[in-house]
Write a protein that binds this ligand. Sequence first.
Ligand SMILES: [Zn+2]
Length: 419
Amino acid sequence: MPRRFRDFDQLLSAVKKEANNRPLCLAFAPGATQLDVYWSDAVRQTGEPHDAAVNCIQALHVGRNYKWERGIVLFHTDGYSGGKMAQKMLEFVGSFPREVSRKTINATFEVTLIQCAKRTEALPQFDPAGLGPAPNVDLAWEAKPGRERAVHRLYMMLAFALVQSRVGNSGEGHNIGAVLVAPDGALLGWGLNTARKNYTFHAELNAIQDFYHRTNQPLPEGCRMYTTLKPCQMCAGMIRDAARRPETLRVFFAQDDQSTGSTALDELQGVQRLLGRESDIFSEVPFVISKAKALRLERLRAESDAANRLATGWRDSRLAHRTAYLTTPTALDVFKSASARLIDKIDQYQGHLQLGNPAVRKVLDHIRPFVQQMGIMAAGPAPAFGSQSALVANDVLNDLMQEDWDSIDKAVNESQMHL
Ligand SMILES: [Zn+2]
């Protein structure tokens, strides 16, 4: 039922009364004479990826896949204290006035007050029942500096494969995916970027909010997140706040995003890193190409141009949209190929793969039901390498994954023989 208020103060006291004077946030988008004003009280407990500001911002952005051009108004009462997640989400979606003028809302506005609950929209079809710990997968050991091992790359491939399974079939996903993994290797959750539904629904954020709604728990100690792109400021803030002990987190990302700047995770030393130097796939492409294909590129100038376009495309994309470049055919090839290679590995495991890293075999066995459940099996074969863009993607993937499989599997086997 729309109501009219004399001024903002009168509206505020009406909301406070509805909230029984608990600390609260309210938010609305200015510019119309009929306003929906969203409010939420500050109910966040440790690790809960919602608080009053997050609830309000997400409610405002339902159905909107871009920022509000003129900036929304977000106001909080005394006693509200948002953590990094709210603060960084605020910075992500726009800038806001701290003080709200009494004239901002007055008798010329029709206002509908809406109490917004925490987001409940779940990701489709994820039922972790039956996906218990991957036995004897010691991620603590695997994660030691300088030992980014095949197991981590497997989980990263799973994130890539999730992207492909969605992007390839439905156009969802925006080519960014995230997988949450417990210290014992169990799959805790996943997420894809669904920013077309809501500007704030990034892959990492989807994974964390989905995990919370299923478990009502903060991210467990020693939790790992594998994400295909370096988390933005908003997601980094949420990852940090959602963890039971943030300093024990590990966040691996495949692609760097220098437009992100410093984040809440940077403050936690050793928490976040690229999964191997070569996995910085887009910024490293010129180096990879010149090393691996120098002779061929000299003869095939067209391919060299393709490599340059790939590199500059990523650089230029920062000016337009930080991830717009990821929808290009070359980037899609990378995701598609990662998916196919993961399926290859699983097929090998099922068939005749007896040698190699035992931890890798256990993870392959462990993630297989998830891969099937998520429809990744239907993702289709890897692209036929031969086109200019696919040639680049093939080189990148070789560095990202293939070299490791043999050398690292062998190294781990050798060390385990001494145990
Ligand atoms: Zn993000």
